[in-house]
Design a protein around this ligand. Structure first.
Ligand code: ADP
Ligand code: MG
Length: 596
């Protein structure tokens, strides 16, 4: 047996560094957080060789007094909390007093600072865990931390560093996150002497949107809705930020930012709340984009729940989940067809699609003899229909009426699109997508009002499941009832399905019940059940909605347009594709070079 002994402080710090300093980007993060905590208005980050050679963070914050410099570098020394109560309601980004000593134990660090109000600046250096004497230096009000030769004394860690480019990317990612967290602070970053990011401080809404634009890109910044939910007296949770329109979705969750009381975090509850809110408008496997700021009483959220402070713990996770998903859902439901004045497809995309279409049309212009006779007949019939409706639409009654947002149908195109005319010009509707969305909302309405009608199966369906799932089925009566199902346990690993929702009688009952059980077992969260149900409703809607190539009468088309106007979220189909777009008269004029 080896002897138990107390480890030397330097080694303790190096062990702590294992958690705090994963890679150069973690150093950058900790140093910027210190600058933000010090009230900096402007932060400059210089990085060389992926942070391996140098990381320097300079700020114009409150600075550190000469006699405190050495203390700042020692373990468990912090100016941010002093008691257990403080720990219970953290308002700063740092609080453990471990970043500087940890970094100093695995790199050569110098700390220079001039405290606000002081007339001189001082510097201390740390080498191999020893902090030297403070010496005078030249420095404006604020602080500079210089970190050289990261992991020089821990070869094991150095081996884990990736290519310079990769480390730069990680650093960049963190700077951008922190810059999104604090649009009111100016940031500038150089890599090997070259400026790679320069962001001015934002003082108003325009500036904040500009910051989002600079960090998340033009495409996101032009397809978003702003969300603002002030703290309700009920729950004291405030939520603000930007939500990408469902039509702007991603193949990866790479544009998702959560800030809780200014701290960038990844949190399961919050992530799920957003997914839940987007569930109807996002195709499975696609990810929404968002930048969201949650404000909450620091006393009900634990920031001390993760070694690198990347997660928090909510005292009332359910409450937060509910408030967040509701607020987002509400903001998204504002995207009803035609009433926001916002076309769901960005103007640029329409322009692009249109010019593509134009060139396609020109190059495939029939030069005679190419079309089948039936094609010609069809085209002629289409033309007659078109002129009939043209005549109909110019009758005096029609003119006196107010034109609804999506206008009046004039024709059907290629068995896929409805063409309609509104006050601005041409409206083009994808009829399958639109119908699917409307049906789905209707089905969901029935579900939410507990109007799901179940139907006994003539031949009950036995389903083999795992033993624990079978046991779960015994306890899940209520859940099944909510879904319109009656399921009984029939043996150690068997259940039997006796009733199903009338709407789902065509579907694979065994698969449905198996999915629900395994879902219940994994999550136990009741809204997963609702999600699941919504998925089935969505599938139903998809199969029952009008298929391509079905001819619709003008009256049917108009009915569809009117239901789109009154259906929530009808701007997108259940898969997040747009259901309609417009081509204004001005667009057409431009296309035909009119008035030029
Ligand atoms: P923590 O941030 O958890 O307090 P750190 O080790 O990161 O611990 O920093 C220790 C202390 O040094 C901080 O509490 C703060 O008082 C001081 N400090 C660090 N960086 C700065 C800075 N850029 N400006 C002013 N004070 C700083
Ligand atoms: Mg800190």
């Amino acid at each position: 047996m080896s002897l138990i002994r107390q480890l030397p402080e330097h080694l303790v710090n190096q062990i702590a560094a294992g958690e705090v300093v994963e890679r150069p980007a973690s150093v950058v993060k900790e140093l910027i957080e210190n600058s933000l905590d010090a009230g900096a208005q402007s932060i400059v980050v210089d990085v060389e060789e992926g942070g391996r050679k140098l990381i320097r963070v300079r700020d114009d914050g409150s600075g550190i007094a000469a006699e405190q410099l050495a203390l700042a570098m020692s373990r468990h020394a912090t100016s941010k909390i002093s008691s257990l109560e403080d720990l219970g309601a953290i308002v700063s980004l740092g609080f453990r007093g471990e970043a500087l000593p940890s970094i100093a134990s695995v790199a050569r660090v110098s700390l220079s600072s001039r405290a606000s109000g002081a007339d001189s600046a001082w510097q201390v250096e740390a080498r191999d865990g020893k902090v030297g004497e403070a010496v005078p230096c030249a420095h404006p009000a604020g602080t500079t931390v210089e970190v050289r030769d990261l992991f020089y004394n821990t070869p094991g860690r150095r081996k884990f560093l990736r290519a310079e480019r990769t480390e730069h990317q990680h650093i960049d990612k963190w700077v951008r996150r922190l810059a999104l967290a604090r649009p009111d602070v100016a940031f500038s970053v150089t890599q090997n002497g070259r400026t790679v990011l320069r962001l001015a401080a934002a003082s108003d809404d325009d500036g904040r949107l500009r910051r989002v634009h600079d960090i998340c890109g033009e495409a996101f910044a032009s397809q978003l809705v702003y969300l603002e939910r002030p703290a309700a007296t009920r729950d004291d949770i405030s939520l603000s930020g930007w939500l990408g329109l469902p039509t702007f979705n991603r193949s990866q969750p790479d544009l998702q930012f959560w800030f809780v009381n200014g701290r960038s975090i990844a949190d399961k509850t919050l992530g799920h709340a957003v997914r839940h809110a987007y569930r109807d408008v996002m195709f499975h496997g696609r990810y929404p984009a968002y930048v969201l700021y949650l404000g909450i009483d620091p006393a009900v959220v634990d920031a001390n729940a993760h070694p690198a402070k990347l997660e928090v713990r909510f005292r009332d996770g359910r409450g937060v989940h509910g408030a967040v998903s509701q607020a987002i859902e509400h903001a998204l439901s504002g995207t009803r067809a035609g009433d926001s004045g916002v076309t769901p497809v960005a103007a640029a995309a329409v322009d692009e699609a249109f010019s593509r279409q134009t060139s396609f049309r020109q190059s495939s212009m029939p030069l005679g003899g190419h079309r089948h006779a039936s094609g010609v007949r069809e085209a002629l019939r289409g033309y007659e229909l078109f002129s009939e409706t043209m005549a109909a639409s110019s009758t005096p009654e029609r003119e006196r009426e107010d034109v609804p947002p999506l206008g009046f149908a004039i024709a059907q195109l290629a068995g896929i699109y409805i063409l309609a005319e509104n006050a601005n010009g041409l409206v083009v509707v994808d009829m399958h997508a639109a119908h699917e969305r409307i049906l789905y909302e209707q089905l969901k309405g029935a579900f939410e009002q507990r109007n799901i009608v179940s139907q006994p199966l003539l031949v009950p369906v036995p389903v083999t499941v795992s033993e624990s799932e079978a046991a779960l089925a015994e306890d899940a009566d209520e859940v099944f009832a909510r879904l319109g199902l009656v399921v009984d346990r029939s043996g150690p690993t068997g259940v039997i399905v006796r009733e199903v929702p009338a709407l789902l009688r065509q579907s694979d009952v065994a698969a449905l019940v198996r999915d629900i059980l395994s879902d219940l077992q994994q999550s136990g969260i009741s809204n997963r059940v609702e999600d699941r149900c919504h998925e089935f409703l969505a599938t139903m809607a998809c199969h029952h909605s009008v298929r391509a190539n079905r001819a619709l009468s003008i009256a049917e088309m108009n009915a569809l347009l009117r239901s789109m106007e009154s259906t929530e979220k009808s701007d997108q189909c259940n898969h997040g594709r747009p259901t309609w777009t417009t081509v204004s008269l001005a667009d057409l004029d431009r296309l035909f070079l009119r008035g030029q």
